[in-house]
Design a binder for this molecule. Structure first.
Ligand code: GDP
Ligand code: MG
Length: 437
């Protein structure tokens, strides 16, 4: 999948000291391929990687230490910018404000209409009414009514009437009469783009003059989503896009392509079948999702803040010459602790979040380790090889830990040293480097 691909792409950069034309080219080729696989349009993917390349090369002098991570950040920021940069709010002007929902059948219009009504009620303090203007499927009206009941929002419908334009108009009148200040009109869609559907939605649009027209599209439909988005935009010139079904194993590429193709903001994402499964669209979070990065960027930023290049270099040398000792180990623990709560930090790593849910990390995990190290004499800390039976016993007593725990720590320390030496060729810098991946 895309995440693996990008991880592979970024991995290419590991071990290089700086971003150069040569190593950036390889990586960006992989990024481009990954984007194409995620249904991002070819032209957009190409433009995107070109922009990233320019920015990356421009920054090589500034931060020479972690080119891979720097590139991740550039890719991510650029992607967020391409998707609009900032979250875009919904327009609720008008008395009442009229919101028209359009899209293909099965895209999630009816579900979204209810979600939006609930959102507007809870978050905007408004008093919405839903209008069922899908006249082709009698079950559609019932579906909206059931949802309306769940969120306690009234649903207007005229079951025997076959004219959606008229229903929409009557619905707005009714809303005015009952004092509702927002009207959400759920419309009928067809399985694919057809002329009658377009004529009908265009007529509703022309008649009710909505404050906001939202186009709903199923994110799982990939490149088709882009074509549909374009077709509806040609007819409706809508104000925003709603991307549904992002809860599944969906490639987020549609968000990138749609935004770049129709140049309309994505305003909401649907993340489930329940009425509360709605999120305001955040370009930066979407970029993270497409990249499968968790909150890797803030992790990098925080690590960069705390980590000192000079110290890192000294430490690397110590590891290489097998001089890494318990004093360094202790300092590394302090570094990690400074970076923040261990659990928080781990949670930012892609893939680790899920693990943490089942496996609770003891936030005081380092306490006992610190106690043991602090019970060693400076000489012992600098020369762990002198730690014999009687010294270990004294340390156990001093730290109030069991002798087996002291032995275990020393064993772990030796193992870790080996791993660090092994990993050094790959470019990580001490424990923090290992955590940064
Ligand atoms: P409409 O034909 O455009 O009105 O689409 P519906 O609102 O009836 O939704 C079609 C199907 O998709 C229903 O089974 C919904 O429960 C489901 N659905 C809608 N939005 C989402 C979503 O964000 N996530 C998931 N998993 N399912 C959704
Ligand atoms: Mg429907």
């Amino acid at each position: 999948n895309l995440t693996d691909k990008l991880e592979k792409a970024f991995h290419i950069l590991k071990g290089h000291g700086r971003i150069t034309e040569v190593n950036v080219a390889d990586t960006l080729k992989e990024v481009r391929r990954a984007l194409l696989d995620a249904d991002v349009n070819f032209k957009i993917a190409k433009e995107f990687t070109n922009t990233v390349k320019e920015k990356a090369l421009g920054q090589k002098v500034l931060t020479s230490l972690q080119p891979g991570q720097l590139l991740v950040k550039i890719v991510r920021d650029e992607m967020a910018a391409l998707m609009g940069g900032q979250a875009s709010d919904i327009n609720l002007q008008g008395a009442p404000a009229v919101i028209l929902i359009a899209g293909l059948q099965g895209s999630g219009k009816t579900t979204f209409s209810a979600k939006l009504a609930s959102y507007i009620k809870r978050k905007k303090g408004r008093n919405p009414m839903l209008v069922a203007a899908d006249v082709y499927r009698p079950a559609a009206i019932d579906q909206l009514k059931v949802l309306g009941q769940q969120i306690n929002v009234p649903v207007f419908s005229i079951p025997e009437n076959m004219n959606p334009v008229e229903i929409a108009q009557k619905g707005i009148e009714e809303a005015k009469r009952l004092g509702h200040n927002v009207v959400i009109i759920d419309t009928a869609g067809r399985l694919s783009i057809d002329e009658q559907m377009m004529r009908e939605i265009a007529e509703i649009h022309k008649t009710v003059k909505p404050s906001e027209t939202l186009f709903v599209v199923d994110a799982m439909t990939g490149q088709d989503a882009v074509n549909t988005a374009k077709a509806f935009n040609d007819v409706l010139d809508y104000d925003g896009v709603v991307l549904t079904k992002l809860d599944g194993d969906t490639r987020g590429g549609a968000a990138l392509s749609i935004r770049a193709t129709v140049n309309k903001p994505i305003k909401f994402v649907g993340t489930g079948e329940k009425v509360d499964a709605l999120d305001v669209f955040h370009p930066d979070r979407m970029a993270d999702r497409i990249l499968g990065m968790g909150d890797v960027v803030s992790l990098v930023e925080r690590a960069q803040e705390q980590y000192n290049e000079e110290e890192a270099r000294k430490l690397n040398k110590k590891i290489a010459t097998n001089k890494f000792d318990f004093e360094d180990f202790y300092n590394q623990i302090q570094q990690i602790k400074k970076m923040g709560n261990v659990k928080d930090l781990m949670g930012m790593l892609p893939g680790v979040n899920k693990m943490i849910k089942d496996f609770d990390i003891d936030e005081n995990a380092f306490k006992h380790v610190e106690a043991i190290i602090l019970s060693m004499t400076p000489q012992e800390r600098r020369n762990p090889e002198i730690l014999n039976g009687s010294r270990k016993k004294r340390i156990a007593l001093g730290s109030g830990r069991d002798i087996t725990e002291v032995n275990r720590l020393i064993k772990q320390f030796e193992d870790m040293k080996k791993i660090m030496r092994m990993m050094q060729s790959g470019g990580p810098r001490g424990l923090a480097g290992m955590m940064r991946g």
